[in-house]
Design a protein around this ligand. Structure first.
Ligand code: NDP
Ligand code: OXD
Length: 310
């Protein structure tokens, strides 16, 4: 029997334990606080673990992150350097991200924000027709989630591009890479969608200098991490009417404090880090298979490169 310690910030571990038990009954996945012999535990399954988690299990060799972004683990000072980290790739989140971004992109493309403003004024005014191909969507990050989004958005006829570290060959998607191609990417983007991991290179990337290179009237949708965005810069660009609107799913501090100025901004729509959630069945399947592969000395995908930061 292999024991795995599970920790999930703010949530019950029980549904995950039930799913592990259903798919991999030989794995003994136990809530981290209920384990009586922590020295025996080699595997951790975590979402935003505290330092106390790593202090309690001194012999961990591997942790499985229950989400796509590993910034909370890499930023945790108690994580020993020798521990291998694996993350969820897709895990049911790509389809949810496609829905989320489609919803808000169509909102702006079909001028729903303008109709919402007209209605309280009893104003009957049809907004001018625009072809979908004139609406340029730019995706920051063409990884597991961004690449699938780029493919999905083509069904609407949008002009889709993406920016990543390495060049991508994705049918119908214009690929931009690196610092030198960032400005041309921004200049052609009417709707900027952030699906980057949080690393020292991407922190604060949604700042005034970069967002002001977007054409006037552009919109910004951030589902990456709150730390990608410089909030004051966004608010200034919205108030100056350089940007038309923004959608934010992630925040530097979560839950977003009730008194935060973002709640009241008329051009900002917000969701509580809910654009995509790890789905039990595919995530458990992936973790169980990865653990099996590791024990067979194979090199499964999802391994986190600590130097790269994602
Ligand atoms: P991946 O690691 O698969 O993809 C990351 C992408 O970002 C890659 O294309 C990578 O380029 C690119 N990238 C990384 N650093 C840079 C850089 N410095 N310059 C340019 N491009 C860069 O991640 P996922 O698609 O699985 O997830 C992305 C992020 O989405 C997560 O890290 C998380 O923060 C966020 N997320 C948010 C959720 C939510 O509910 N709000 C849910 C799930 C994820 P390359 O391909 O060349 O390596
Ligand atoms: C993730 C997230 O990274 O939910 O998976 O934010």
């Amino acid at each position: 029997m292999t024991t795995c310690a599970i920790y999930i910030q703010y949530e019950s571990t029980e549904p995950w334990q039930l799913e592990f038990n259903r798919q991999f009954p030989h794995l003994h996945v136990q809530n981290w606080q209920h384990i009586t012999d922590p020295e025996q535990v080699k595997y951790g399954i975590v979402w935003k673990p505290t330092e106390a988690f790593f202090q309690r299990f001194p012999n961990l060799t591997t942790v499985f992150n229950l989400g796509a972004g590993v910034d909370a683990i890499l930023g945790n000072r108690a994580v020993p350097k020798h521990i291998d980290i694996y993350r969820i790739e897709d895990g049911g989140m790509a389809a949810q991200m496609n829905q989320y971004f489609s919803y808000f992109l169509l909102h702006y493309f079909r001028d729903m924000d303008r109709y919402q403003q007209q209605q309280p004024l009893n104003q009957w005014q049809v907004q001018p027709f625009k072809s979908a191909s004139s609406f340029s969507v730019g995706i920051l990050g063409l990884g597991q989630l961004g690449a699938q989004l780029a493919q999905h958005l083509q069904s609407y006829g949008f002009d889709v591009a993406g920016w990543s570290r390495s060049r991508k060959q994705l049918h119908g998607v214009t690929s931009f890479t690196g610092a030198e191609e960032f400005e041309p990417f921004l200049r052609r983007t009417n709707a900027l969608c952030c699906l980057l991991p949080l690393t020292p290179d991407t922190q604060g990337i949604l700042n005034r200098q970069n967002m002001s290179q977007l054409p006037k009237g552009a919109v910004v949708i951030n589902a990456g991490r709150g730390e990608h965005l410089v909030v004051d810069d966004l608010v200034e660009l919205l108030d100056e009417n350089h940007l038309r609107g923004a959608v934010l799913d992630v925040f530097e501090q979560e839950p977003l404090p009730a008194e935060h100025k973002l709640w009241q901004h008329p051009k900002i729509m917000m969701t509580p880090h809910s654009s995509a959630q790890s789905e039990y069945a595919p995530c458990v399947e992936k973790i169980g298979n990865t653990l099996q592969a590791i024990t067979n000395n194979k090199s499964p995908s999802g391994f986190v490169d600590r130097i790269r930061g994602y």
